[in-house]
Write a protein that binds this ligand. Structure first.
Ligand code: FES
Length: 125
């Protein structure tokens, strides 16, 4: 499983058309499926990644690596695909997985990538 401080953020408030209004939302179901399978990976629930028109949505981040946001993920079927993609992500020094090695759902569902946070300059006195 991914190492190097990789965190997967899963929007638990995403809804899918046809979701039972009385049951858990699609995003919450996806989060539960990932939390059950993700050994050694931090899976954090979040309320809205501002990509509400492309449910379900997740973001993957890691110190020193690019952050990626993905959407259009199926709550019932995407967990294994996401974990496979994250394994590949964690195996890179910068988070950039070659296009052809990315799961199909990551190629079609990528919404944004954000550069690694720059190192904090040392204080000078
Ligand atoms: S509700 Fe999931 S991204 Fe907004």
């Amino acid at each position: 499983m991914p190492e190097g401080g990789t965190t997967l953020y899963v929007c638990t408030t995403c809804r899918r058309e046809g979701d039972d209004p009385e049951g858990p939302r699609a995003g919450a179901r996806l989060h539960a499926a990932l939390a059950r399978r993700a050994e050694g990976l931090r899976v954090e629930p979040v309320e809205c990644l501002s990509v509400c028109k492309r449910p379900c949505t997740v973001a993957v981040a890691s110190p020193g690596r690019w952050t990626y946001i993905y959407g259009d993920l199926d709550a019932e079927a995407a967990a294994d695909t996401i974990l496979d993609g994250l394994k590949r992500y964690a195996g890179t020094p910068d988070g950039i997985v070659p296009w052809r090695e990315r799961p199909k759902e990551f190629r079609s569902g990528v919404i944004a990538r954000i550069p690694p946070f720059p190192p904090v300059p040392e204080a000078t006195e």
